[in-house]
Ligand binder design. Sequence first.
Ligand code: PMP
Length: 390
Amino acid sequence: MSSLALSSDYVPSHALANVRGSAIRDLLKLTEQPHVLSLAGGLPATELIPAERISECAARISADSASLQYTVSAGVHECREAVASYDDVTTPRRVLLTHGSQQALFLLAHALVNPGEMVVVDDPVYVGALQVFQSVRAEVVALPITSAGTDVDALRELLETGARPRIVHTVSNFHNPAGVTATTQTRIELARLADHYGFVVVEDDPYGRLRFTGDDVATIAAHGERVVRLGSASKILAPALRVGWMSGPPEIIAMVELLRQGADLCGSTFSQLIVAELLDDRTWLDNHIARVRDAYRLRAAALATALSREFGDRVEFTRPEGGMFCWARVPGADTSALLAGAVDAGVAYVPGAAFGVRADFGDCLRLSYSALTPDELSEAVRRLSVALLA
Ligand code: PMP
């Protein structure tokens, strides 16, 4: 399904015609109406973005005109160093800075995947990843996600039939949209299968630092070499900085660096210098992230309480240990068809169907709790119950 109307004058490439539009981006337009409480967008809380600190940094950094110059394609060295230290990467040479981690995903797919080659994703999928893999005309195979993360048993069976994916993509912590976190066992097995069968695991992890309950789990990259980790300043500092990164084998970094020259030459020197300074100020950063985590803990709890109160046993939902998303199921409700009525009732969500590859998730929905206060969440869920249970 393409979102583009074919016109005889302007015919999209086969690659673009293969890309499914993001229902989420389209929805964001609807939710801009002032009366709508939006559980739809995956936006970090605006009021928790450290604007003052960023603006103070920006003023100081931009006083030096070198900060407004081009930089090398792999990114400003200080920022690669800061990311390496922040994300426990052995050397900055394994890090490449991108324009948000979305660009890292895009470049990586274009560097590694030929049309028709297989890429494995979770079902439900992170839509931005699906769009990237469709844009390289990959054969996308989706495996139903489990409460332990990617279904490694199903993956092993697929590999044993002779399938040879180039990439297996997952969101290892607080999955977008499924809300689950991959267990240590899943991570070890993914890294082991990658070594054995020669694919690359893309460990997409923009939310890992936003754990508000339970213990951290070692990264997939900690268990094997054929893993590229993606990280981002978007959810811990500010999306508009557009600084993300990938870390992984230097050969892959070199390939992506070459491709990147033709994509946008380089990232923003200015933004990368700001991110370097903030990642390096560890005391400030830890305090800031703790504030965000505390707020999200309260918000996730408020959402869960309201769901139980308003829906009783007519809803099933994940209880994420961090991040920004709850995945819910209201058996019997057609969440796509009911969305327009929900928006009229003053609440928005993303219907499960937007994230389905093979499964349709027609009675599921993704609820993002990060951008609303506990009181707003309570009211949003009240409106949701009116729309979905009517
Ligand atoms: N990966 C996942 C799983 C995401 O949810 C997002 C943002 N919604 C991204 C990557 C991209 O974020 P950014 O480009 O801002 O780093």
